[in-house]
Design a protein around this ligand. Structure first.
Ligand SMILES: Cc1ncc(C[n+]2csc(CCOP(=O)(O)OP(=O)(O)O)c2C)c(N)n1
Length: 308
C-alpha cells in the first residue's frame, strides 16, 4: 500500500522508520509489520532484533533500512539484550521505549528462555513476534508455531507423513501465564488494530507481548499480491483470532460472528495443497474448538493470575 494512502487511512505517523531499500520478498508480510510497528512506536525507540528474515533483509552491509537505533542480537537472546537496554535506560532516567522483534523461531523456540526471563523479571519492554509460522530465513523449516499439516522443508507432506504432525504452541497463553501486563494477537490485514496494540503494549509499565500473524509468500506458497487477503481470511475463519489479555483478562478486539470455512484460507496456500478432506475437517474442528474456548475465557473475566 502506498505510503500516503496508508498514513491517511490510519492517521499514522507520516514518517517512515523502516525504510525502502531492504530486500524482503515482494509482498512480504513481516516487512509490512516492521513498517507499521515502527510507526506506532515512534522516534524515541530502541530496537533489539533477533536473527531472522527481517534482520537479514534490512541490514545488508553497509546499508540499513532502520531509521531508529537498532541492534542485532543473537537468535536466542534478543529479549535479554532488550532487557539490558531497558535497565540502562532506567538508570539514565530516560523514557526511551524498548522494542524487541523476533520471528516465531526466535520467539516460540530458540528465544523462549530469554523471553521468559525478561517477562519474569518484569522488564518494561514490548516484544513483537512476527509469526510467519516457520524458520523462513534458513529455508522454511518447521517451528513451534507451524500449524499442523503444513508442508515445510523439515516436515514435508509425503505419502506416510502429512506435513507437521503437531499443533501450534500457544505462546500467547504462555506469556499471559508469566504475568505479562499486556498480551495481544494481531494480523496485518487489520492494520489499525495492530497499530493500536503496539501503542498500548509500549504504554503499559512492564512486559508486553504481541504476536502478529505474518503471511510469508515464500514459505506459504501463494502469489505475492495476496498477502493482505490471506491475513484477513486468517482472522475471518477464526484461525488467527484477534484479542488482548490485559492483566490476565482476555477480550476479543474483533469478534467474528459467521466465521468463514477454513478451506477458504487453506486453499490459497501451496503449503496445504495436498491436504486430504479429513485433514481439512480436523483443522476446522480444531479452529472451532479453539475459538469457542477463547469465547469462554472472555466470559470468565480474569483467567490468568496477577503476578506483578
Ligand atoms: C542459535 C542459532 N541457531 C540457528 C541459527 C540459524 N538461523 C538463522 S535465522 C534462522 C531462522 C529464523 O526463523 P524465525 O525466527 O522464524 O524468523 P524468520 O527467518 O522466519 O524471519 C535460523 C535457524 C542461528 N543463527 N543461531
Amino acid at each position: 500500500m502506498g505510503g500516503n494512502l496508508m498514513n491517511k487511512i490510519l492517521g499514522m505517523d507520516r514518517k517512515e522508520y523502516f525504510m525502502k531499500g531492504h530486500n524482503a520478498c515482494n509482498g512480504c508480510g513481516p516487512a509490512i509489520i516492521m513498517r507499521i510497528i515502527t510507526k506506532a512506536a515512534g522516534p524515541d525507540t530502541i530496537i533489539a532484533h533477533a536473527t531472522g528474515c527481517m534482520e537479514v533483509v534490512s541490514t545488508l552491509y553497509p546499508n540499513t533500512a532502520w531509521k531508529l537505533p537498532w541492534i542485532h542480537a543473537n537468535f536466542e537472546n534478543a529479549a535479554a539484550v532488550g532487557a539490558g537496554i531497558e535497565t540502562a535506560l532506567k538508570r539514565l532516567k530516560k523514557k526511551t521505549k524498548v522494542l524487541v522483534i523476533a520471528g516465531d523461531g526466535g520467539t516460540y523456540d530458540i528465544g523462549l528462555q530469554a523471553l521468559s526471563g525478561a517477562v519474569e523479571r518484569g522488564h518494561d519492554l514490548l516484544f513483537v513476534c512476527y509469526d510467519n509460522e516457520a524458520y523462513a530465513n534458513t529455508g522454511v523449516q518447521r517451528s513451534g508455531a507451524t500449524p499442523k499439516f503444513a508442508d515445510t522443508t523439515s516436515t514435508p507432506y509425503g505419502k506416510k507423513v502429512h506435513g507437521k504432525t503437531q499443533n501450534r504452541k500457544p505462546i500467547e497463553f504462555i506469556m499471559a501465564a508469566h504475568g505479562a501486563k499486556y498480551v495481544a494477537t494481531a494480523a496485518i490485514g487489520y492494520y489499525n488494530d495492530l497499530h493500536d496494540k503496539v501503542k498500548k503494549g509500549l504504554a503499559v509499565k512492564g512486559p508486553a507481548f504481541i504476536k502478529v500473524h505474518a503471511p510469508c509468500t515464500l514459505g506459504w506458497k501463494y502469489p505475492y499480491d495476496k498477502t493482505i487477503e490471506i491475513s484477513k481470511l486468517a482472522v475471518q475463519t477464526g484461525l488467527a483470532p484477534l484479542y488482548e489479555i490485559v492483566d490476565g483478562e482476555l477480550k476479543f478486539t474483533k469478534k467474528v460472528g459467521n466465521r468463514l470455512p477454513v478451506i477458504k484460507y487453506l486453499g490459497m496456500q501451496g503449503r496445504y495443497k495436498k491436504l486430504a478432506k479429513k485433514e481439512v475437517e480436523e483443522i476446522q474442528d480444531y479452529c472451532d474448538e479453539h475459538y469457542k474456548f477463547l469465547l469462554s475465557l472472555e466470559k470468565k473475566g480474569r483467567v490468568f493470575p496477577r503476578i506483578f
